[in-house]
Design a protein around this ligand. Sequence first.
Ligand code: SAM
Length: 276
Amino acid sequence: MKKFTEKQTRNFYNSDDMIYRSFWDKKGNCHWGYFPRKNISFLQSMTELNKKMLKLSNITEKSNVLDLGCGNGVNSFFINQKTDAAVTGIDLSDTRIENAKKVLSEKNRKVKNQIQFLQGSATKLPFRNKTFSNVWSQAAIYHIHDKEKALKEVARVLKKDGIFIFDDLIKPNKNISNEAKKLVYERLLFDTDFNFVSYQQELNNLGFRILYAEDMSEHLGLTYLKLADMAEEKIKNGENREFHIAYKKLIYAYRKTWKIIKQGDIGWALFVCKKL
Ligand SMILES: C[S@@+](CC[C@H](N)C(=O)[O-])C[C@H]1O[C@@H](n2cnc3c(N)ncnc32)[C@H](O)[C@@H]1O
């Protein structure tokens, strides 16, 4: 499997924002969805994931939360809006942090005092030990090239009994198809050694106790089917013509990803753990 660098990931997320906003979510939210009912819209499924995570996260108005790999900051605002917690969003992409800061600059003084955004890497967090009561992360940790280092950083910046809630991609089977390599792993510039069980063992080794673990692979499949339909709709309606070539490649990859998930070559998990 090809190895990717942090610089490649940073460049990727600095350059691709507009295309994802054009069909995924115009506000810049860019994670997968949770479908308690199959007929809900994709945007609703992203909100359902946020709601589910918020319920499990123990975040209150007293919390000091780190949103790790916050992207355009949409979910940092969601956490703050729903709980009144202080939130710090950090992301590798300069572009996405600039976007988040721009949205923040338009908020009222209270929100400005409660939220901040910083460019930086999860592998070297610019925070003191035991700064946060909660670390929250969505669709970001799979990108981190030295995942063990990042998970150790999370443990370092969390207070004792602090809660780490995150989702991540997993590899249920060790030997995966070439199609999966090309259309999932190389397209998303990542690889992982963890399956649903070994990930939890690693978290235990790093000083976390697992409070909740859910294999969400079925929802990852539904996400990609919905996204393929949404991009196809844009082509049918003649919208965003500058992205049609890119949409066609994504539609192909997304529809194949459904099958790749079914055969166990990629999966998705949600974990909640407590720092001991
Ligand atoms: C798919 S986006 C998800 C963004 C956001 N969490 C959301 O749900 O909309 C993945 C994000 O992870 C960020 N990322 C990748 N590697 C990172 C690292 N080493 N440290 C911090 N952020 C990273 C990317 O820049 C990108 O914004």
